[in-house]
Design a protein around this ligand. Structure first.
Ligand code: XMP
Ligand code: MG
Length: 183
């Protein structure tokens, strides 16, 4: 199987590997500055955030704790409903901690707004959001992502952690999935 953007599976690359890595470096420097003298725990949202966690954390020139959550949002089809269920909870207490959620994509914002509230309710001192991608719908909800990699159009994208039926997560770039694969 050829996973290059030849149009068979990946219609086009919208964010290249190089673009992702250089943007992550920039954002990491910003995070180091913003959290200077402060505590920092990264909470990755499984499974989409695996690549972002691995790369971003390696660009952070400071100590960080890392923990993971897996959540699922119920809803018809591929639209999230805002009703979220925890599949895997954090291993550690976050009372009084400064949390940075690491996400792959902010779409309707329902997942992230639920997660932010949930972490604050556990007594986190602060909860901020890092997302690799943001879609236009995110503008209509009140989830403020402090760190955004790229604003992208409302198309279904895969790669760099994002999947279609669990595949394509291992692509080092972000691409638009060929429509014939899902329509
Ligand atoms: P919200 O609650 O912000 O949920 O709507 C974001 C979640 O929706 C999924 N999602 C996508 N997954 N390609 C994907 O592989 C996409 O283009 C896409 N848009 C939204 C994803 O699970 C994300 O966590
Ligand atoms: Mg996700």
């Amino acid at each position: 199987m050829d996973l290059s953007a030849d149009g068979k599976e990946i219609e086009k690359i919208i964010v290249s590997q190089e673009q992702i890595q250089s943007r992550l470096k920039e954002l990491a420097a910003q995070i180091v500055k913003d959290y200077e003298g402060r505590d920092l725990i990264l909470i990755g949202v499984l499974k989409g955030a695996i690549m972002a966690m691995a790369d971003l954390s390696r660009y952070l020139q400071r100590h960080v704790d890392m923990d993971w959550m897996a959540v699922t949002s119920y809803g018809a089809g591929t639209k999230s409903s805002g009703v979220v269920r925890i599949l895997k909870d954090l291993d550690n207490d976050i009372l009084g901690r400064e949390v940075l959620i690491v996400e792959d994509i902010l779409d309707t914002g329902l997942t992230l707004s639920w997660l932010t509230e949930n972490l604050l309710s556990r007594g986190a001192k602060s909860v901020s959001v890092f997302t690799v991608l943001r879609k236009p719908d995110a503008a209509t909800v009140k989830v403020e992502a402090k760190y955004v990699g790229f604003d992208i159009p409302s198309e279904f994208v895969v790669g760099y952690g994002l999947d279609f039926n669990q595949k394509y997560r291992n692509l080092p770039f972000i691409g638009v999935l060929a429509k014939h694969l899902y329509s």
